[in-house]
Design a protein around this ligand. Structure first.
Ligand SMILES: Nc1nc2c(c(=O)[nH]1)N[C@@H](CN(C=O)c1ccc(C(=O)N[C@@H](CCC(=O)O)C(=O)O)cc1)CN2
Ligand SMILES: NCC(=O)N[C@@H]1O[C@H](COP(=O)([O-])[O-])[C@@H](O)[C@H]1O
Length: 246
């Protein structure tokens, strides 16, 4: 394990490489709206790397169609065809390794990953979660937040560890919960923020600005608090617009 917590120095190495040589593999299970946000940023050369493959554990995941339309290798690897979680993850590792990624991005990937998988990509494996972690780890986050009557909800980008949704948080974005909020309206609000912060998180990981450090996540070498960097809508839009001006 290198000093910055990576399983290898890979991220240190490729962060110095030209953006177009940095390789990203995205794992999905369904619609792929976060994948689409990444594809859109890539199309403007603002992702800091290139999505070389999209892999879905559901053959009917619409995100596979999004990948094909973007000319990206789209792989269906249905988990139901494997006898165990370990067998599936072993096959998934082999498919991912064929694409030699520098970063593995979970974008609505709805499978709990085994310790073997996590250790293989530790430090260069991130996820977008629909809550302000550490609140509401797991599933059905919007319904749970509404049931609790919270005033604020949101999304988190975190490095993936063996602990489900317990890895170091890198970025967060918050939304206000309206009195008449429904699960659908809250999901829509949160996903709009996801589509802003995830491309930024991927870019900053590929550039080596966001790292999985010994004590947690680091941004430009500075340890981040347990809730990561809080990005306002304006901050995120400015970061993307700034790139747009380049
Ligand atoms: N070891 C880890 N695996 C995964 C993590 C993680 O942090 N560590 N993040 C999740 C993403 N996720 C929430 O953000 C999540 C995905 C899936 C589940 C879950 O309970 N999955 C069930 C199946 C549910 C279904 O098919 O609808 C399962 O795998 O049995 C919880 C949280 C990705 N993996
Ligand atoms: N626990 C994992 C989880 O719930 N992830 C959530 O699934 C959605 C996928 O949407 P998408 O397929 O349109 O990107 C996203 O909102 C993401 O936060």
């Amino acid at each position: 394990m290198s000093e910055n917590g990576y399983a290898s120095d890979t991220l240190n190495d490729f962060a110095a490489e030209p953006a177009e040589e940095r390789r990203v593999v995205v794992l999905i299970s369904g619609n792929g709206s976060n994948l689409q946000a990444l594809i859109d940023e890539q199309s403007h050369d603002r992702l800091g790397g290139r999505i070389v493959a999209v892999i879905a554990n559901q053959a009917d995941a619409y995100g596979l169609q999004r990948a094909r339309e973007a000319g990206i290798d789209a792989v269906a690897l249905p988990h139901r065809e494997y006898e165990s979680r370990e067998a599936y993850d072993g096959a998934l590792i082999k498919v991912i390794e064929r694409h030699e990624p520098d970063l593995v991005v979970l974008a609505g990937f709805m499978r709990i990953l085994t310790p073997r998988f996590v250790q293989r990509f530790l430090g260069r494996l991130i996820n977008i979660h629909p809550s302000l972690l550490p609140a509401y780890q797991g599933l059905h986050t919007h319904a749970r937040a509404l049931a609790d009557g919270v005033a604020e909800h949101g999304c988190s980008v975190h490095f993936v560890t063996e602990e489900l949704d317990g890895g170091p948080v890198a970025l967060q974005a918050a939304v206000a919960v309206a009195p008449d909020e429904t699960e659908d309206s809250l999901k829509e609000k949160v996903q709009a923020r996801e589509h802003l912060i995830y491309p930024i998180a991927v870019k900053w990981c590929l550039e080596g600005r966001l790292r999985f450090g010994e004590g947690g996540a680091r941004f430009d070498g500075t340890p981040l608090p347990p809730t990561g960097l809080r990005l306002s809508h304006a901050d995120a839009a400015e970061e993307l617009d700034e790139d747009a001006e380049e």
